[in-house]
Design a protein around this ligand. Structure first.
Ligand SMILES: *Cc1c(COP(=O)(O)O)cnc(C)c1O
Ligand SMILES: [Zn+2]
Length: 412
């Protein structure tokens, strides 16, 4: 019943059957899932989608599975919040937050990609799933994998935030902390993936995993009343999410689900790990790997697998990129929290602060409609705010004590 034609090399176009493979044997280009769009167009319209349950499988024909969804039956379809308070703070008219801080079950957009990857792993018949993670993927593979009954091997940089480690361990995966940064963890995992017959969601299952990110793009358009925004600002680690949000927009155009598409795609990074934004700002598509040093650990990939493709999309759509300091990231988190009541993790601070910069530069128009992608929950990275929040008022349990501090607070 599936609509997948096969896998296709992004570089030379060579086609492959649907298997747990990810690079072209001839040119080493990455493989991507291709679909029978003609067939999908015949059965998929706005009404059909709107009648379905509020989760990411409402777009299942455009996802790379053959049978019925098996994992993540409550994932996706997060709110698109009209952010009028943040809009006035930033001086724009129409701004929306795509709010994956409330993603189910682990409060980041990784629940989307893992829902798709593990459904595919089941179809392939794997009993063990694995990943290399900057934090959020570890949570999602651990949690979705627990519910779906997989054995789980999860590899992380040992320097990850303590709260992120605990939020993986609670699901009892085999958690392996590696002395090294993400790029070193990932290299080790490529070797392990060659030897053990596991579904590594971001290695041999990557073409399928990455398709899950499209659902964020599909939802943005549906939730805007079947219109594409003028601008979308997407945080980049490997650059995969950015490429897939754009792929989603193009597929909806191709399916006739939207009439026109003129969205500019903007990339957001932390200055302490900005290989993609550096390339875009320098006007080149050569991504120079860096050694990450930033509070935004979930975006700390120094050698981004999809950086080249992300930079092309930014250029092709007339967007741009910016990167922001750790201080700007913290300010971005606080601004989003105090204007919209949304507590995002450091990656969200990157997106807000980058959007602010792009607006100040005039690259995002003040009268345009802009969506910013907020991809993870602030409760995961509370350490980043230590020493950066307002003080609380500490009092004895009596009225006089309260009156005393109340006088000081005034009518704040
Ligand atoms: C993984 C992740 C991203 C984006 O990752 P890509 O590798 O670029 O797809 C963005 N935000 C958060 C919070 C993440 O965990
Ligand atoms: Zn090829």
């Amino acid at each position: 019943m599936g609509y997948v034609k096969g896998l296709k090399c992004r570089e030379c176009g060579r086609e492959y059957p649907v298997d747990p493979i990810y690079v072209c044997e001839f040119c080493f280009g990455p493989l991507e899932v291709s679909y029978d769009y003609k067939k999908i167009k015949k059965i998929l319209d706005r009404k059909t989608i709107e009648k379905r349950d509020g989760n990411l499988w409402r777009y299942k024909e455009l996802l790379p599975i053959d049978g019925e969804p098996q994992v993540g039956l409550h994932s996706g379809f997060t709110p698109l919040v009209r952010a009028d308070n943040l809009a006035s703070a930033l001086g724009v008219r129409e701004l929306y937050v795509k709010d994956d801080t409330v993603a189910h079950p682990t409060l980041s957009f990784k629940d989307r990609v893992v829902a798709v990857a593990l459904t595919k792993a089941k179809e392939f018949g794997f009993d063990t799933v694995a990943c290399a993670s900057t934090g959020n993927l570890a949570h999602s593979v651990s949690a979705h994998g627990a519910k779906a009954g997989f054995k789980r091997f999860v590899f992380i940089p040992a320097s990850l935030e303590q709260s992120k480690i605990v939020a993986s361990l609670v699901y009892e995966p085999n958690l392996v902390a590696v002395d090294g940064n993400y790029d070193e963890v990932n290299r080790l995992c490529s070797e392990i993936a060659n030897k053990y017959p596991w579904a590594f969601v971001n290695i041999n299952i990557r073409p399928f995993y990455a398709e899950g990110s499209k659902t964020q793009g599909f939802e943005i358009i549906e939730q805007l009343g079947w219109e594409a925004p003028d601008n979308v600002v997407v945080p980049c680690a490997s650059g995969s999410l950015l490429t897939k949000v754009w792929k989603a927009f193009k597929e909806f155009k191709e399916m006739g689900l939207i009439d026109k598409l003129g969205t500019k795609v903007f990339a957001a990074q932390a200055t302490g790990c900005s290989p993609i934004s550096a390339a875009i700002k320098q006007g080149t598509d050569i991504i120079k790997p860096v050694k990450p040093n930033t509070v935004a650990k979930s975006l700390a990939i120094g050698n981004p697998a999809d950086g080249y493709y992300a930079s092309h999309i930014v250029k092709e759509t007339g967007g741009h990129a910016e990167d922001v300091s750790d201080e700007e990231i913290i300010d971005g988190m606080k601004l989003l929290a105090k204007t919209e009541g949304i507590f995002a993790e450091t990656a969200g601070g990157v997106t807000v602060a980058t959007a602010k910069k792009l607006i100040e530069q005039g690259r995002i128009g003040r009268n345009e409609r802009t969506v910013i992608c907020i991809t993870g929950n602030g409760l995961k990275t509370q350490e980043a705010l230590n020493g950066h929040t307002a003080e609380m008022h500490h009092i004895k349990p009596n009225m006089a004590a309260f009156e005393e501090i109340f006088k000081k607070i005034g009518d704040r």
